[in-house]
Write a protein that binds this ligand. Structure first.
Ligand SMILES: *[C@@H]1O[C@H](CO)[C@@H](O)[C@H](O)[C@H]1NC(C)=O
Ligand SMILES: *[C@@H]1O[C@H](CO)[C@@H](O)[C@H](O)[C@H]1NC(C)=O
Ligand SMILES: CC(=O)N[C@H]1CO[C@H](CO)[C@@H](O)[C@@H]1O
Length: 359
């Protein structure tokens, strides 16, 4: 508890530092210290969100008592009064009614609140955590899933230290995007307000960053942008243990029992000439680019379905032209777990080759 307090004190210092930095910049207005409510308002009222009715699909706010009560089982003995950002967020809105919105004909990207992600309601946070704990194999109990993409990607709140991580469960990758929730939402609102975010050809957000020669560089994901968290750009493999021995080019055999449609999609892809020879990549930007190129324009109409792709987005062979299929959500964790297990067991690292043997 006192340890948590220390961490919290550190975070507080860190967030002040962030605010300090941004208000020092000459182009920003004086009152840069907007709170979570103001940040959310900036995000939903931004012209880029006009086509995405996030605001009217957002659920009504909850009271602090309701938030604490719902989260209590997952926070266990932790003192929830320390999680200011979480409380502030859900006091603004209880997230998006995803399934209702989709049933109402809105594609997933219409209900994004932040680039690539929609906000889960507090009940969905608890439910999704329990599903991920049962099925994912790489999920850590202290990760509260706050934002989800429905393709196995999440933005999570770590109850150990309040840090915000982006998690790609299928690829077993995570990285820290902000030291706390306030800084995360603030960072996104600020970049939207300052016009450093635009829509790319896939209808997704890009971030404009200027290099030392003032050339514009485009990042494909705002969540990676250094301004969200200047000190936190580390990418980690989850649970990938490094062994010394070289096992050659390993063969991947999927167990299709729990994911018949994923396997059917792979068979379709191979039948149409896609390669079985794959090279793993761990560059998160490239993985997300591949996923968007493959699945960005696919709308899965059946409830609880999400777009799956072969070759996988986490290989050099993935991306535009990949064979896609809408698969039940229940199949995504099965695939993610099997891939992660395969990479770990066979020590398949970045740029290593492997062979998709079956199906
Ligand atoms: C495949 O998965 C199912 C369900 O988890 C399991 O019952 C079965 O034993 C597995 N088959 C093989 C060959 O591992
Ligand atoms: C979709 O998933 C939710 C939550 O897991 C479940 O309650 C609902 O019944 C599912 N709907 C369909 C159509 O499968
Ligand atoms: C079993 C199940 O439904 N797994 C997950 C598939 O992925 C989505 C989001 O990426 C989760 O919401 C599901 O829980």
């Amino acid at each position: 508890m006192s340890q948590l307090f220390n961490v919290l004190a550190l975070l507080l210092v860190a967030s002040f530092f962030l605010v300090e930095r941004s208000s020092a910049s000459p182009s920003s207005r004086d009152n840069d210290e907007f709170d979570v409510k103001e940040s959310i308002e900036i995000i939903i009222n931004h012209p880029l969100n006009k086509e995405r009715p996030a605001s009217y699909l957002l659920g009504p706010p909850l009271t602090e008592e309701e938030i604490v009560l719902t989260l209590k089982p997952v926070l266990e003995t932790r003192d929830v009064s320390h999680f200011d950002g979480l409380i502030q967020l859900y006091k603004v809105t209880n997230g998006l009614k995803t399934l209702e919105a989709e049933a109402d004909g809105h594609p997933l990207k219409d209900i994004w609140l932040i680039p690539g992600y929609y906000l889960l309601s507090v009940h969905e946070v608890v439910e999704t955590l329990s599903i991920m704990m049962r099925t994912s194999g790489v999920w850590i109990p202290s990760w509260l899933p706050l934002f989800a993409s429905r393709t196995g990607d999440f933005v999570v709140f770590d109850t150990e230290n309040g840090h915000i991580h982006e998690i790609l469960t299928k690829e077993s990758l995570r990285w820290e995007v902000a030291p706390n929730l306030q800084a995360f939402i603030h960072g996104i609102a600020k970049q939207l307000r300052d016009g450093r975010i635009l829509l790319n050809e896939n209808g997704l957000y890009d971030v404009i960053i200027t290099d030392s020669q003032k050339h514009e560089i485009y990042e494909d994901s705002i969540l990676d942008a250094p301004f969200v968290s200047p000190n936190a750009r580390n990418t980690f493999n989850i649970e990938i243990v490094v062994h010394e021995e070289n096992v050659g080019v390993p063969n991947l055999d999927f167990n299709c029992t729990n994911m018949p449609r994923v396997c059917q999609n792979i068979r379709n892809a191979i039948a149409s000439g896609k390669t079985r020879s794959l090279q793993r990549i761990t560059d998160k930007n490239q993985i997300k680019k591949n996923r968007q190129a493959a699945c960005g324009k696919v709308t899965c109409t059946a409830p609880n379905n999400s777009c799956d792709e072969y070759p996988f987005a986490s290989t050099s062979q993935g991306g535009a032209g990949a064979t896609t299929m809408c698969v039940p959500l229940s199949e995504n964790n099965s695939q993610g777990g099997q891939l992660a297990g395969f990479y770990r067991k066979n020590n398949v690292k970045d740029k290593d080759w492997f062979n998709m043997r079956s199906p």
